[in-house]
Design a protein around this ligand. Structure first.
Ligand code: WTA
Length: 654
């Protein structure tokens, strides 16, 4: 049993005041169980539809689902216009704070004007419904405005996290077939402007078909300019009318593509559509976080370039008319109390973030949050990886002041919205466990053959009924969609790729990925992706990558490389360190800084089974400084001694 599944012996009942006024009470589980589809239909009725659906779910061709068939809506209208029409135009949608301390406040009325202008601009640039638009922006309001402008005209957005490289951007633009890219000169990170436009220039020069690059001026950095293609956002968007009559689209009209790592080197373009997605993100945001549009101040401290940002910075909060905080920069800039300062300044009531950040705060010490007034907080959330009970308790005490329930939400890019989570007014919390399926969701823990396991056993997490915000396919690759998620146990059982344990009380504890996908600071990176990058370097003959447990980032990337004959001499002595640095930089440039290996070990051999499969389990033992496990299936068990002998006693980090 891993540390993350150990019950602390402490449980936390819902605060009485919260429970008394919670958006949902315990009856919700029974209601949903009685009639799952009418439960989701009720959730869909929280949105405004131009035409009501005929059928809630069409699952006649699994695993290809259609939700709210025949219904028509506009996602941007639901997120913005309808609140303005209902008289809430003056309510703040975003309190935005730049890393240098500059601020912008966007009311719902202002957001509506901005979205309409951007929608008119995209139309002027020839973008029509179904076209793909790439977005590569820092955490500035234009990121959300661009997404909503696409949604408004039925274009499909494809946001690429600003920390990804030109290569990653180029391959995503090509795969999605985007013809327009929205970017900025740069954004602020760690106290300095960090350029974005050069990566776009590089990417666009290598791909076919990008007609326009729309550039937001943020940092005023110098940029290269191609008159035939580049346009300033403030010119083109700035001169548009703030009037735009929106069209309504089919519930299954594509909304966005978001790429995520799989078990092969090629990222998967996860496709989400409109009606079901918005229904579930809005409903979960309202129920899991007990969101009250007034007076809550809600903050998802994540990047909009990840699914968490899509669902819980943009779509969910806006559909619920939340007032949100949006912050551009890093938590330690200009000082380690920056987040707490923001909570104090904006009187944040709900904070949603990742365990890796909590562990970093733990490292910095409780004195930092203690220096700020965090008394406005009433509820906390966690997402991205299992939160170890120690971090949970620290978060509860030192950020939540011992009074805020913590919602540990398990979900994925593919699921679109929360799938397992406690509910704040209902669940007795068990630190470290995501606890129960959300009402209307069916999850099970099964063995390798797909048999459901009883309580107190460990197996694989599966989802056994379709859900509204589920991915519809992998962009352009239906076969891969079926193979990856729906082939292991048949076409109506979704294989999540996570190990899970059910305890004696029926709580579900997540145990991490069971495939070759690492989780570094809550970001998914495939071992194969990093391996191909390493092998792409002229000095490397072979590479094996594992995720080793890491006290701060959850997992850290550790690579074992065999050098090519001519490079081998460099693998020894001082020049070896240089080579290791070169390789680290190479991967960071290739994929993005988050994929930079924590450690690279140059070895002569890799442990392989008789069928030639690399035994990552043994490499993980080495990377984590453990005694070696069973080596009997190795072709040559002396390989492991060779690797161990070559290693420094305690592998160093940099
Ligand atoms: C992991 C992020 C345990 C899990 C929303 C999943 C979690 C992957 C949790 C999806 C959690 C996410 N407890 N593990 N609360 N939340 N995960 O697609 O391994 O970036 O499969 O979506 O993160 O990562 P993704």
């Amino acid at each position: 049993m891993s540390e993350t599944t150990q019950a602390t012996g402490r449980t936390f009942t819902p605060p009485a005041e919260l429970a008394a006024q919670a958006n949902v009470g315990p009856e919700i589980y029974d209601e949903a169980a009685r009639d799952r589809l009418s439960f989701w239909a009720d959730a869909a009725h929280r949105l405004t539809w131009d035409r009501e659906w005929d059928t809630v779910l069409d699952w006649s061709n699994p695993p290809f689902a259609k939700w709210f068939v025949g219904g028509r809506l506009n996602v941007a209208y639901n997120c913005v216009d309808r609140h303005v029409e209902a008289g809430h135009g003056e309510q703040v949608a975003y309190h935005w704070e730049g890393e240098p301390g500059d601020t912008r406040t966007l009311t719902y009325a202002q957001l509506k004007d901005e979205v309409c202008r951007a929608a008119n601009a995209l139309t002027e640039l020839g973008v029509t419904a179904g076209d793909r638009v790439a977005i590569y922006l820092p955490m500035i309001p234009e990121a959300v405005v661009s997404m909503l402008a696409c949604a408004r005209i039925g274009a499909v957005h494809m946001v690429v996290f600003g920390g990804f490289s030109a290569d990653a951007l180029a391959s995503r633009i090509t795969d999605a077939g985007a013809q327009v890219v929205i970017t900025a000169d740069g954004g602020y990170r760690r106290g300095a402007p960090s350029a974005l436009k050069p990566a776009v220039d590089d990417a666009v020069s290598r791909v076919e078909g990008v007609r326009h690059v729309l550039v937001v001026k943020r940092t005023e950095q110098d940029v290269e300019w191609d008159d035939s293609r580049d346009l300033w956002w403030h010119d083109v968007v700035g001169r548009q009318s703030a009037e735009h009559t929106c069209e309504f689209f089919d519930a299954e009209h594509p909304l966005y593509i978001m790429y995520t790592s799989g078990t092969t080197a090629k990222p998967k373009g996860i496709l989400h559509t409109s009606g079901g997605y918005l229904t579930q993100v809005a409903y979960t945001h309202w129920a899991t976080f007990d969101l009250k549009p007034d007076p809550d101040v809600y903050w998802t401290a994540a990047d909009v370039g990840w699914v968490t940002g899509h669902s819980y910075i943009a779509y969910g909060p806006l559909a619920n008319r939340a007032t949100s905080v949006m912050y551009e920069g890093t938590p330690e800039t200009p000082h380690r109390g920056r987040w707490f300062e923001l909570i104090e300044k904006y009187r944040v009531t709900i904070l949603y973030t990742a365990p890796t950040v909590i562990r970093t705060f733990m490292k910095w010490g409780e004195d930092v949050p203690a220096g700020f007034d965090l008394s406005s907080l009433r509820l906390l959330g966690s997402v991205g990886e299992p939160i170890n009970p120690e971090a949970w308790l620290w978060y509860h005490e030192h950020i939540g002041g011992g009074r805020c329930p913590i919602m540990d939400t398990w979900w994925q890019t593919e699921t679109g919205a929360h799938m397992l989570t406690p509910l704040p007014g209902v669940t007795t919390l068990q630190p470290g466990s995501a606890q129960h399926p959300f009402p209307g969701i069916s999850a099970k823990v099964v063995d390798d053959e797909g048999n459901e396991l009883g309580d107190d056993s460990t197996g694989l997490l599966v989802l056994t009924e379709p859900w509204p915000s589920m991915l519809r396919t992998i962009w352009g690759d239906d076969d891969r969609y079926v193979d990856t998620y729906w082939s292991r146990f048949g076409t109506d059982v979704y294989f999540a790729g996570d190990g899970a344990k059910k305890d004696a009380d029926g709580n579900i504890w997540l145990l991490g990925r069971v495939d070759d996908v690492m989780n570094v600071s809550g970001h998914r990176i495939s071992t194969t992706e990093v391996e191909s990058s390493l092998v792409g370097h002229p000095t490397v003959a072979e590479a094996a990558v594992v995720g080793a447990s890491d006290p701060t980032t959850g997992q850290g990337i550790v690579a074992f490389v065999i050098l090519r004959g001519n490079a081998e001499a460099q693998g020894e002595g001082a020049s070896g360190d240089e080579l290791v640095q070169t390789l680290k930089t190479h991967v960071a440039k290739d994929i993005g800084p988050i994929a930079k290996p924590r450690q690279i070990m140059v070895v002569q051999e890799l442990p392989k089974t008789r069928s030639g499969k690399i035994m990552r389990r043994l490499l993980r033992d080495i990377a984590e400084n453990r005694e070696l496990g069973d080596v009997t299936t190795l072709t040559d068990s002396s390989v492991m001694n060779m690797i161990k002998d070559k290693l420094p006693a305690a592998p160093s980090e940099d």
